[in-house]
Design a protein around this ligand. Structure first.
Ligand SMILES: Nc1nc2c(ncn2[C@@H]2O[C@H](COP(=O)(O)OP(=O)(O)O[C@H]3O[C@H](CO)[C@@H](O)[C@H](O)[C@@H]3O)[C@@H](O)[C@H]2O)c(=O)[nH]1
Length: 394
């Protein structure tokens, strides 16, 4: 299949949706499909090569502008310039299916949805309170929303938001990772961090929703039990110093994985608006014991047949976080190593990729049905279970 993938967020900056799109494109190529990514910003040739993609398989939709969205900074673009680029990319791509990520609000995904006549599949990544503005725009433009032939959400939380905003009933398919890219070091000695226990935080610590401010008050309580605790923070943010905390800044993936595989607690204190929690999978793939806030999406990612892998604490509650960290540090280090790795492997691209390709087939089938029905005026049917719209096309 010729697959065109649209990511509304700039590739100049790392992010969960960008990583998901890259991983998917790389897997699709290995599976024998042709891919083309359209996104604002620039993708570094090295990053593309790592994923198995050639530079010409990425098209830039132009510069992005930062806007505050969903407790974070989204770098997106919109307007006549990007629209012309979207149109050119669609015309030259002659895609069998167009896969739009997050086509809500003013972004190139929404423009592609409007401009394409190809079968369309959407993936929703956002967990947030319903925005009346988006709901209203979608109700004014039902014919645009009704162009969606099949849809995916990365979690129940994202599916609920997509339904409330756009009326779609997405099939849930989580984020994918390449498990083999993450090293699983055997446990040697008492601590994976070396001479002292290590706690690691990963993410944009300036963004309140990443929960760094929940972690800092928890640290003295943990240090009362583990005075030599080594605290490492990976991620971009403003220059900052905190007693007993090492800020390493943004690291490349190899360095990030080194720290994750030499950590005794991976802490995920995010306070909300997390649609999935790909960082939990990454930590588990590296064998890191996880302590996370009890967000629904996080609980889902951490749950296997036996229960929760690791510990969860009350969202936003530093005292509860410190108790969970102490409990985790008091357990044998290798307790959940294999279980966490097995859980991460359930989200390997070898498992997630085929489910997405199946959705591409559904989208193509639904699109063909729609064309037939509008030609012959056959009553329209849009199956809910197949991840399609609950509404028929107007
Ligand atoms: N190498 C490296 N990677 C980083 C760094 N900071 C973040 N990342 C990577 O960036 C990705 C996204 O991390 P988050 O910060 O947790 O997610 P997000 O951009 O807010 O992503 C949103 O979408 C994801 C995909 O659906 C969701 O999984 C996530 O919960 C969230 O809703 C992860 O792969 C993480 O390892 C860094 O400094 N260095």
């Amino acid at each position: 299949m010729r697959v065109g993938i649209v990511c509304p967020y700039s590739f100049t900056y790392p992010g969960g949706v960008q990583n998901h799109v890259l991983g998917l494109a790389g897997w699709l190529k290995k599976d024998g499909h042709e891919v083309s990514i359209l996104a604002p910003g620039q993708a570094s040739p090295a990053l593309l090569a790592e994923t198995g993609l050639r530079p010409e398989e990425f098209t830039s939709a132009g510069h992005a502008v930062p806007i505050n969205f969903n407790g974070s900074v989204a770098r997106i673009n919109f307007g006549p310039g990007p629209a012309a680029k979207v149109k050119r990319w669609l015309d030259s791509g002659r895609f069998d299916v167009v896969h739009l990520h997050e086509p809500i609000g003013p972004n190139i995904g929404l423009m592609a949805l409007y401009l394409t006549d190809r079968p369309v599949i959407t993936t929703f990544h956002t967990a947030m309170p319903t925005l009346r503005a988006i709901k209203m725009v979608n109700s004014i433009l039902p014919s645009v929303v009704s162009r969606i032939d099949a849809s995916i959400a990365v979690s129940e939380a994202a599916a609920k938001v997509a339904h409330e905003h756009s009326g779609v009933n997405p099939v849930i398919i989580g984020n994918g990772i390449h498990v083999d890219d993450y090293p699983l070091e055997p446990v040697q000695g008492r601590w994976r961090g070396g001479d002292a226990p290590r706690l690691t935080f990963l993410g944009r610590y300036d963004e309140p929703r990443k929960g760094f401010e929940v972690l800092t008050p928890a640290l003295p309580l943990v240090r009362a039990q583990f005075p030599d605790l080594d605290v490492v923070v990976i991620g971009s943010g403003s220059a900052r110093s905190e007693q007993g905390v090492r800020f390493l800044g943004g690291l490349d993936d190899e360095a990030r994985n080194y720290w994750l595989s030499h950590t005794d607690v991976y802490i995920a204190p995010q306070t909300g608006r997390e649609s999935f929690g790909i960082v939990l999978l990454e930590a588990m793939a590296c064998g890191a014991p996880v302590v996370a806030s009890d967000l629904p999406a996080f609980v889902d990612v951490l749950s296997d047949d036996e229960g929760i892998i690791g510990h969860v604490f009350r969202n936003g509650n530093s005292a509860s976080a410190s108790r969970a960290i102490v409990r985790s540090l008091s357990e044998p280090r290798d307790l959940r190593l294999e279980r966490g790795r097995a859980q991460a492997a359930r989200f390997d691209w070898s498992q997630i990729g085929p489910q997405i390709v199946q959705m591409y087939r559904t989208a193509r089938l639904n699109s063909a049905r729609m064309r037939l029905s509008s030609r012959w005026r056959i009553p329209r049917f849009r199956g809910r279970a197949a991840g399609t719209l609950s509404l028929s096309r107007p």
